[in-house]
Structures are given as structure tokens and as C-alpha cells.
Design a protein around this ligand. Sequence first.
Ligand code: CA
Length: 715
Amino acid sequence: MLRLSPLSRILAGLIVLAMISCNTETAPAVEKGSAEHIKAVTEAIDDATLAGAKEGSKDWLSYGLNYSENRFSQLDQINTENVKELGLAWSYDLKSVRGVEATPVVIDGIMYVTGPWSIVYAINARTGEELWTYDPAVPKSYAEKACCDVVNRGVAVYKGHVYVASLDGRLIALDAASGKVAWEKNTLIDPDKPYTITGAPRVFKGKVIIGNGGAEYGVRGYITAYDALSGEQAWRFFSVPGNPEEEFENDAMKMAAETWDPAGKYWEAGGGGTMWDAMAFDPELNLMYVGVGNGSPWNRRLRSPGGGDNLFLSSIVALNPDNGEYAWHYQTTPGDHWDYTATQTLILAELEIEGQERKVIMQAPKNGFYFVIDRTNGDFISAENFVDVNWASGYDENGRPMEISEAEYKDGAYEAIPGPYGAHNWHPMAYSPQTGLAYIPAQGVPIVIEDNKNWVYNSNAGGGPHNNLGWNLGVLVSAVPPQSAPFGHLVAWDPVKQEAAWRVEHISPWNGGVLTTAGGLVFQGTADGRFVAYNAANGEKLWESPTGTGVIAAASTFEIDGTQYVSIAAGWGGVYGLSAGHAETATSGKVYTFKVGGTGEMPEVAPFEPGTLIAGVEYNPDDVAMGAKLYINNCVFCHGVPAVANGGAIKNLGYVDPSIIANLEEQVFAGPYQGMGMPDFTGRLSEDEVTKIKAFIQGTADMVRAQMEAAAGGG
Ligand code: CA
């Protein structure tokens, strides 16, 4: 349905009057999916349309559906009664092999979705036919600058444009009808720094806003606003201070600098605080909200040895969207030591708390607590843990965590729970005003970390995970095995009572984001390759469909010509999915669209072939220990631990053809997989070091084989 602004309505009325008075024939209907149709419906997306989405829309207008980012659709044609009749309307093959994190944006049946490498797909959602694709041609060498896969979470649409941000830091405005570039801006303050963009842009008050990632490598976080039509830069907000010997950009930076110890020379590694995902907007308060990420390096003793809160790391920050001026902040993890980003979904809601109607902002960040904050001023209302945690015992009445000092890992290894993957990562949560529940894709991925006392910025001397690829964590992955177990839950959380209403157990961490609807439903995809509908009130499973690959993204729903559809973009990957997998089938990334009574055939998928444990590669057992260290410095976050995890988006080296490991030099020095993002290790690894890595891979496979044989022997 075409949405018209009040002025357009008056004009449309005049045109109709003119037509009647001229006694002309009615204009022929515009063909849906034609350029003319797309132009008309996307040009009608303005500030009023976006603001109106809060009251309900037949479309899915932006990444989180509306300015409140609650992912609660008021469409109720698909409901708890008929959801079991959902069938495939169509599927579209993204032909991708890496993580798909995008939420499809749909306007009157015109879908815009992104795949890996920031490629945009425009699809006619009435038929599933491709309208156009746009590939920003990100250099494949950029993959090594991205901690967490070459992913992209989607587009924004405004006044006839589609906005995508590319992995290599460009913000690109496309003509919504043709996919042609209208304008393009490089958002990077320094092209030599390892900044990347994976997030979806948002449009608030005619400005396109985008941040970036890179805090694992060492960068200074910022977001930038551009005029949506001209591309001209409007403002920029930094999340952490720069070198205090230089002039601060604003009073907020001056205030923030007082919470950092300059002895740590934090500006060298940038300080971190990248704003790579969540935003929301309250037009009445004229405040936009942005979630800020972890510190660079992770270890506070290295970036700010005298302690301090290190503002605005791990904070929710409120800004004036007109000029980017700081309004308030609330810091979820003061002085973050653990990669506890506060970039997770920000949701605006009206809650009745102790008899009072409160305008709140809610977040379930990585640190495992669910926060309810007054969004008018940043006042702390409440926080309770939604998973087990061991780094803090709770929050005091001032909104400060009661930290457990051992969690700072200064006296040895500590298994902080949640681990760095977070109790909740970027996978969007949803909130239903109908049930009063938030739906959190919660998880646990155990990792034990310890102090890296030898860390020096951008030096390989101290070692550390992916150190040789530019990572600057300031911590080591400990040899001490984790005590906690991995898990994945869908948690329905009551933000007023601050307790769980119900919980669904999944077989692994890293499940999809969540959609909730006025039909009383919650939709979530899973790591083991299913798309599932639950009863929003009690978590009862009502329907599921296989997806052929693990799902990490969130679904969207929309109405076309009177029929409600649900779409999910499936494609396994992301930082956890690079090296671990849980689906029994394997297929390329796909968009699936369902409707009640849909009779489309699911595309064929192949069973997942685990491969054979490698054998026969010659090695010197004395090289295994050094090989392990080199493997962690160079390989582990993409390829996983050899022969241990399997099924990730990137091959586990314990299950490849042994000749690949025997001739590993051919792979690592300007090897054939560079075209898929594999780094070139020429000059970074010696032949001798590659020999030691081979020893670690085959040695570990041999160890695993011996364990399997012992177990099979029934000992
Ligand atoms: Ca991080």
C-alpha cells in the first residue's frame, strides 16, 4: 500500500480532481515490482513513515522494524492457530558460503537484503524473483581485518534510496529502483586502521548514521551522520577520548578523558568503543541512542593501568540526532576487562514500574544482565542477570556492578562467565508490548582468559590470539580448560519483574535473532538449521521448517496485497560459526519466505559431510607445542581447533585432504583461497613456522584419533 505524507495526499487529491474535471480515463495500474512502482513506494518513505511504524505498518521499514527497534510486528493474520499451516512461498539463493546476518527490509513487496561481503539483493517478494543486485566489490584482503566474519546486517531505505555500508568502510546510497550508486562516502578517519563495517545504517531525521567495528585490532570508535540525500557529512561522535595532549573534540570527550589513565597511552591502540550495531531513536525526546563496544585492548590494566571507568566503553549513549551532541550515558560494564560490549539490541518501551509509567530503554548486553534504564535521562532503574554470571554479584541501587575481583584475571587465569562471545551477541532480541516480554537469543561459549603481561601494541612479541593478524587483545587464551558448558537458550524475559517467564533450550550457542508478532508468535532460526515459531506467551513450539544451514539472522514479516508473509535470511557463519557448526545439512545462504498455505518446494540441500580425520602428514612431535602457539596467533578463530570442532563456515583443518596440510606452504603463502578472504602470510610466517603449524594440526588429529579409539575400545 502506498503511504502518503499529508502534503502528498492533498496533491494526490488535486490530481484526482483534475482528472475528473478533464474527464480523462483512469491511469493504467502501475505494475508491482516495476521501476515505476519501486520508485513510488520507496520515495514515500520519509520521517513520518518511519515514525509511524511504531503504531503499525504492513511493511518492514528498517533493520529493527521501527525507531523503537522492538521487532514487534502488529500484523496478526498469521497467528497461534494457523501458523502450523505455514508453507514456503519462495526461496532465493544468495549463493554465499559465509555468515548471513541481515534482516530483510520490505516495502510494498520490494525486499532488500544483504549477504556476505556487503552485497545487496533486491527481490520481488511477490514472486521471489531477483530485481537487481549490487556488489560493492570489497577487496577480499579485507576479511582479515574483520574479527567476526565478512558479514552485513542489512540496509536502510529512505526517499527512494537504499543505504548499505560496506565491510571496507564505505557508506553507499543506491537508487532503490535500479541499484545504481547515487553517492558513496568513505567513512574511515584513517584508511590504514583496521576499521570494518558490518552494521545496518539507520536514518533519523534525514540523516544516515553508521558506526564501525575493529576494537579487537585496536581502533578508536566513532559514528558519523550524513545527509541522506546529498551524502554530505553532518556530524561525528567519538566514543572514547583521543590523545589528551591534543584538543578534545567536545566537552563529552573532556569528561570521558578523566576516567582514563594516560599512563596507558590508550590512544595508541585507539581505546576501542566501536559502535558497530545497535541504535534507536525517540522523536519526542529528540534523542537517539547508540550502544558502545569493548575496550582496545580488552585488558584494562594495559590500556588504563590506574583503573577508571574508561568512558564511554560498554555504555548506552544518548545523542542529539541533529548535531551529535552528547546528552547522557549509562555504562553497563565500567572499566570493561572482558569484551563486554554494550552494542546489543537497544529497545525503547513504555513500562509500568512501581505504579509509574516510565519511558525506558532496554538492553541485554554481553555481560549477562538485563538493563532497564530511564531513556529521558539515563537513570538506572534495574538490572538482573538473564544467564548465570560470575564476574559480578549484581548491581547496586546506583547502577554500579558489584564486581568479583578475581574476575579481573590479574592473579592468573579466570573463566569469566559470560565469556567474550557474550551472553547475548548481535543476534537481535525482540520485545512484545502484547505479552510484556523480551525475547533474548541467550548463550554461553566458555573461554578461559589470562593476562598477557608481555603485550605491546601492534607487536607480535607477546603472542595472543590472532596477534599475527593484527589483533590486540592484551589477553591470552588460557590452557586451563573451561568449567562451564556451552549452551543456547531462547529466553522470554519479563523486564518489570526482571525474571524469566519461559525458556527454550537449543542444542548449541549462536542461534538466530528474534521476531515477535501481534499474532502471539515468536520466530527464531537455530544453529542446527531450523526456523521455528513459538507461542509468545509460553514458549510452546507451534511450527518449524528446515533451513539447510544454521540460522543466525532475525526474521521479518510484512503484508503484500492482503497476505502476511514471514522471511528469514539463512546462512551459517559469524565469529562462532566460522569454526563450529551444528546443522546436519549444508547449503549456500538462502532467503526463505513463508505464508499460510504456501506450497513452494524447499530447495534441495546436501547432508553435511564431516570429512575424514587427517592422517599420515609427517611431523616432528617436538614441534607441536610451538605449532600450537603459532596456530593460536594465526589460524584459530577462522579454522577452529583442528579435529575438535567441525562444520563451521570455514574448513576445519583436521578434516581436509592430508595433502593440503602436507603442502601447507602452498595455502598460506599467496594461496588459492585468497579469493575467499584467506590472508596471505608471506612475510608474516616463515617456512619453519609453517612446518610447526603442520605438526600441531597432524599432532592434534592423532591425539583426537587415539582418544576416539580408546573410547571405542570400551575402556
Ligand atoms: Ca569485541
